[in-house]
Design a protein around this ligand. Structure first.
Ligand SMILES: Nc1ncnc2c1ncn2[C@@H]1O[C@H](COP(=O)(O)OP(=O)(O)O)[C@@H](O)[C@H]1O
Ligand SMILES: [Mg+2]
Length: 328
């Protein structure tokens, strides 16, 4: 393994029966950087994190965390890492401070060291005022900050954050991003999973996009955005029968773009804004009346649509598909 990589996987694979939840995944995270794993529900993010955190053994492939093999040297890996899960466990009935103290004691720290570490973290995460309150009275944002603090009690050099901001409001999300940045500038390596392109964009040095267990694209945020277009243009003709005509006009005007027909509209990833007036003028000169002509930030949906030609499926879609298969 390269000396500079804090996390490295080769062909990492996890099967659950017939399902290949993680399928020959190759990843690398350089020390003191953020690797973002971007993917929809069910893509295999949590399963990947659980293997790297030694909570579940791979079916095939290998991975090293801090230079140690996750299977042969699992105990050493555990000494290096912190984990904040999507459903991570702090005790609701204990206060914030009690939770951190408890973790310190579990990690074998003395009572005194546990207390000073707990106070230090509570201050750093702006939870000092809430230190004596039971966690069940915390807001969502406070709760996530405590989760993060809990994963840092043992001063891990490598941190796994599994969807740390899902369900948080924009302010709490921004605060958590700030905390992650300061950890990384202090030398921590972070592997962060997310469903939000914007979050990966804000935090990650490198992003791996995963879909159905497979890495489908990797690169810096800028490389990925250039690939999919940082923004997404939706064009819907008034007359649904003219959709093919609209697509050919888009293809003629901007041969580099890859328009996708979706129901009554065309979606196309764009990375330079001058294309908008050119397209609008061209459509108008051909007499195409428009119901919609809308430029929005690329969402994960658009990234997926561009990279895979299909939308990221929701859990319900999957369950419906499974139910359908069982019937047959
Ligand atoms: N313990 C398990 N047993 C069977 N299937 C599982 C188990 N854990 C996860 N899966 C399945 O593996 C796939 C990936 O799940 P997961 O890693 O949780 O995805 P994500 O975290 O990206 O939402 C999903 O189809 C999920 O249903
Ligand atoms: Mg998950």
């Amino acid at each position: 393994m390269s000396q500079d990589n804090a996390i490295e996987t080769e062909g990492l694979t996890k099967r659950f029966g017939d399902l290949i939840a993680v399928d020959h995944v190759d990843l690398a995270a350089r020390s003191a950087t953020v690797l973002g794993i971007l993917g929809p529900n069910g893509a295999g993010k949590t399963t990947t994190v659980r293997m790297l955190a030694t909570l579940s053994e791979p079916t095939a492939g290998t991975a090293r965390v801090g230079g140690f093999d996750i299977v042969r040297d699992a105990a050493r890996v555990r000494n290096l890492i912190g984990l904040t899960g999507q459903f991570a466990g702090v005790d609701e009935l204990l206060t914030g401070e009690e939770n951190l103290l408890f973790i310190g004691r579990l990690l074998g720290m003395s009572r005194r060291d546990s207390r000073s570490r707990a106070r230090e973290l509570l201050a750093q995460f702006e939870l000092s005022d809430a230190a004596e309150k039971a966690v069940k009275a915390y807001s969502g944002g406070m709760r996530r900050r405590l989760d993060l603090a809990a994963s840092l009690v043992g001063r891990p050099s490598i941190l796994f954050l599994d969807e740390p901001t899902t369900g948080l409001d924009p302010r709490a999300r921004g605060e958590l991003w700030g905390l992650v940045r300061s950890l990384v500038s202090d030398g921590t390596t972070v592997l962060l999973t997310t469903q939000y392109l914007e979050e990966a964009d804000q935090l990650a040095d490198e992003i791996a996009v995963i879909d159905r267990g497979k890495v489908i694209a990797t690169g810096t945020p800028n490389q990925l955005k250039a690939k999919v277009g940082g923004q997404s243009l939706r064009i819907q003709p008034d007359d649904p029968d003219r959709i093919d005509q609209v697509r050919s006009i888009v293809a003629e005007t901007a041969p580099d773009l890859d328009p996708v027909i979706e129901g009554p509209a065309i979606t196309v990833g764009v990375n330079e804004e001058t294309i908008m007036p050119r397209l609008a003028a061209e459509l108008q000169s051909r007499g195409v009346a428009l119901a919609e002509f809308h430029l929005g930030l690329s969402s994960l949906d658009e990234v997926f649509l561009t990279l895979t030609g299909h939308r990221a499926e929701s859990d319900e879609d999957e369950q419906a598909a499974e139910a359908e298969e069982e019937k047959q």
